[in-house]
Design a protein around this ligand. Structure first.
Ligand code: BGC
Length: 428
């Protein structure tokens, strides 16, 4: 019988140690450049029409929304970051399909609730989906990700639609990576950075960075001396080889074929990959008959259960089906040996693509002014199966500092960065 490692490899799964980092960085850079030139590329490289040098007026407060993967938040936010009147509820369309009216009503109701506490009628909306942005900061949804079911919204300018329903005001829509980048800039204190990256690894994934206008050749009329934040939509990178497990998991999603890179590294999908690995391993006779039957009968697997099991962590109050299925010591050992590589691969792919964005920024040559990477999201910070953040840093040290003399810093996490960044965009 094959070892777990041989079994993974035979199914096209590239283990973390085998990933060709230099080749993948080159592929990312080439896709980015094509995207900036407006040539066919899996990276959309969306100009955000926001830079990093604006100043927010002191004392101003904005009513903001944050539409994420599973939750949406509303609050009133001022800078330095102060969040008031916060409320959290399920993202419309995340549990079942919603109509256009239901979708906007949920957000309009919340803005009506918080607007009286704001000092401006320009709202901020952190909209964490693939959308093209206008210079006025409206956003046209290209496609849903994270399994959201609200088909009528695709193709709409979500800011204008919402304002229409509110009967007044205006709105600044920013991607969560852009918001996170802005939040890092606004809270840097006396640190000196040469550039900024906003990175999200939660239910989904994506990266924003600062690009020189002269390199954004697909947009005419930009000041060639200036720079702007680019939302790369890096989750849709399609030049990274997938395993049979990735493909099998993808076939079970509401959007097969979309966002292949996101589906290899983010929390919405890691559990699904793990389940496919184990189902195939059970068929190959790698578990006991009892464990094989148990895993064969499991319909879905949430990343949190996959992660807790791989970390041998039992979360109080949360029954994990895997603890019963792999109750035998040999089964548990085999399951972990097959499962942990899914997290290890995700961490290395995360690092490789962050390295590519640091290189693309053209900055970080001086150690006293590194590139600030502000990372946000539950998968990045809460994964237990492996030391995720530590793995990413180790990889970046090698790929950037050691090999290229490019300096970076993963900044302290900014709390509620999406809400803070949305407020900055509204108040600038
Ligand atoms: C979306 C991005 C978003 C990312 C992180 C992806 O699914 O397409 O726009 O930034 O998730 O939330």
């Amino acid at each position: 019988m094959k070892t777990p490692e041989e079994f993974l490899e035979a199914n096209g799964f590239t283990a973390a140690g085998e990933i060709d980092r230099q080749k993948m960085i080159a592929t990312f850079l080439s896709e980015m450049e094509k995207g900036l030139r407006g040539e066919p590329s899996s990276l959309r490289m969306i100009p955000a029409y926001v830079g990093v040098n604006g100043r927010v007026p002191a004392g101003a407060k904005a009513a903001v929304l944050d539409a994420g993967g599973t939750n949406f938040r509303s609050a009133v936010v001022s800078i330095p970051p102060k969040i008031e009147e916060r409320r959290n509820q399920p993202m419309p369309g995340s549990k079942s399909q919603v109509s256009e009216d239901e979708f906007y009503a949920a957000f309009a109701d919340e803005l009506r609730r918080v607007a009286p506490f704001a000092t401006t009628n320009r709202y901020g909306w952190c909209f964490s989906y693939n959308a093209d942005v206008t210079p006025e900061l409206d956003a046209r949804l290209n496609c849903w990700t994270k399994g959201i079911q609200a088909p009528e919204i695709v193709g709409q300018y979500v800011g204008s639609e919402l304002v229409k329903r509110l009967g007044g005001g205006s709105i600044a829509v920013v991607n969560d990576t852009v918001a996170t980048l802005l939040a890092a800039k606004a809270t840097e204190g006396d640190r000196v950075y040469s550039s900024y990256i906003g990175f999200i690894l939660g239910t989904g994934t994506n990266t924003a960075y600062v690009e020189k206008n002269r390199n954004i050749t697909k947009v005419e009329g930009l000041d060639p001396a200036g720079s702007m934040i680019i939302n790369a939509e890096s989750g849709s990178m399609d030049k990274v080889a997938r395993s049979r497990f990735d493909e099998a998991m993808d076939q079970k999603q509401v959007d097969p074929g979309h966002n292949p890179f996101e589906k290899m590294i983010s929390g919405g999908y890691l559990g699904g990959i793990g389940l496919e690995v184990w189902k195939a391993a059970a068929k190959a006779g790698m578990f006991s008959p009892k464990a094989s039957a148990g895993i064969g009968g499991l319909g879905t697997l949430e990343t949190i259960d996959f992660d807790n099991f791989c970390a041998s962590f039992r979360k109080e109050g949360r029954a994990n089906p895997l603890d019963d299925i792999f109750a035998g010591a040999d089964d548990a050992k085999m399951a972990r040996r097959l499962g942990v590589p899914v997290f290890e691969r995700a961490a290395v792919l995360t690092a490789v693509h962050l390295a590519a964005f640091c290189i693309k920024s053209g900055e970080g040559a001086d150690a006293s002014a590194p590139i600030a990477i502000n990372a946000d999201g539950s998968t990045y910070y809460k994964t237990r199966a492996i030391p995720f953040d530590e793995t990413v840093r180790r990889e970046l040290d090698d790929m950037l500092v050691k090999r290229r003399n490019i300096h970076y810093e993963i900044t302290p996490q900014v709390e509620d960065a999406p809400l803070v960044g949305a407020a900055i965009a509204a108040l600038l």
